[in-house]
Design a binder for this molecule. Structure first.
Ligand code: 5AD
Length: 347
């Protein structure tokens, strides 16, 4: 096992069998986390990138079985924040010092390409990087949004196990998802993808494939989190994903893609009181504080009891800074693009 970890640290790759071994045995977890932490420090340093998250609509035309804002959930109150109000929130984020604004929503057709372009163009004037997390679009639409000034795009593959994908995504197709990821790259975005950990019937074997997939597509960002059952969904009575396994996948992802951006996600924090700190010490280098107004934020329930940090004032930023300092980390003041690396050329 020590040999496998050393190998991962040096060549940033492992066989599927070796990944499965690491994921299946827990005796070497501390060593895995320490190794990932060292690799994180060497390649991306001690700076944490803060991304201001704005959840601007929970209206969604998709019906993902795990997701609390799926179309068929008639029991939640739906909302959308109008473009000019989104821009106001972004202004506030920029004035608080955020250098990246993340715009996330369900797949809500109200936000057509004209509206989205207007939002992106307006926010771009604030001298910030823009990340979109708004689902599947056509190549042409991705290109328009890139030209409007968006820099990055998040779209999780959710799982690379095609059967599991099909089961959890009625009326969606794995091939379309893959194509969307490729088109996002083609349009020139930095691309972020990722998976859910612990979906019912997901295997360790398939998670090993997921990690190899991240490497193969040379993702610039990877977002991972344990699955948390949400009310009024087909999976509401199932078990949540394992926190420790999620951290192990994060650590392995850092070893495989040493220079990318990896957030400590809200789902990790939701399952463990120290989730964020643990993730930051096992390979993560990004946090995404929520800037969405309280009245909307509580409605963006992709899963229950969503934790996460809220930032509404300078004091909140100071508090984050203080907490990060206790683990030897500082807040970055740059845009936080991926640091390019010879290790991650597309093969
Ligand atoms: N538990 C954990 N993560 C979830 N997501 C959606 N629903 C859940 C859930 N119940 C994740 C998906 C999606 C991201 C925005 O949130 O992976 O891509």
């Amino acid at each position: 096992m020590k040999y496998i970890l050393q190998k991962a640290k040096e060549i940033h790759n492992l066989s599927k069998e070796e990944i499965v071994k690491i994921l299946s045995v827990d005796d070497f977890d501390d060593e895995l986390f320490l190794t990932a932490n060292k690799v994180r420090k060497k390649f991306v340093g001690n700076e944490i990138h803060l991304r201001a998250l704005i959840e601007f609509s929970n209206i969604c035309s998709q019906n993902c079985c795990y997701c609390g804002i799926r179309r068929d959930n008639k029991k939640i109150q739906r909302y959308r924040i109008e473009p000019d109000e989104i821009i106001e929130i972004a202004k506030k984020a920029a004035s608080l010092g955020f250098k990246t604004i993340v715009l996330q929503s369900g797949e809500d057709a109200y936000f057509n390409i004209e509206k989205l372009s207007y939002i992106v163009e307006s926010i771009k004037k604030l001298d910030v990087a823009i990340t979109l997390s708004i689902g599947e679009k056509t190549l042409e639409e991705y290109q328009i949004l890139k030209n409007a000034g968006a820099d990055r795009f998040l779209i999780r593959i959710e799982t690379t196990d095609e059967k599991l994908y099909k089961k959890n995504h009625p009326n969606m197709s794995y091939q379309n998802r893959l194509k969307a990821i490729k088109n996002i790259k083609k349009a020139g975005f930095e691309v972020g993808t990722g998976i859910l950990i612990g979906l019912p019937d997901q295997t360790i074997d398939s998670i090993a494939d997921d990690i190899l997939f991240f490497k193969k597509i040379n993702a610039d960002m990877i977002g991972l989190g344990p699955f948390i059952p949400a009310e009024n969904t087909p999976l509401e009575t199932t078990k949540h994903g394992d926190f420790n396994l999620s951290i192990k996948v994060l650590a392995l992802t850092r070893l495989f893609l040493p220079d990318i951006n990896i957030p400590a996600t809200t789902a990790m924090e939701t399952l463990h009181p120290n989730g964020r700190k643990i993730a930051l010490q096992a390979g993560a280098n990004v946090i995404m504080p929520n800037l969405t107004d309280e009245k909307y934020k509580k409605l963006y329930n992709i899963y229950p009891n969503k934790a996460g940090i809220n930032v509404f004032s300078n004091d909140d930023i100071e508090e984050i800074k203080k907490q990060l300092n206790t683990i030897g980390r500082t807040i970055s003041t740059d845009y936080g693009f991926r640091k390019t690396s010879k290790y991650n050329k597309i093969s």
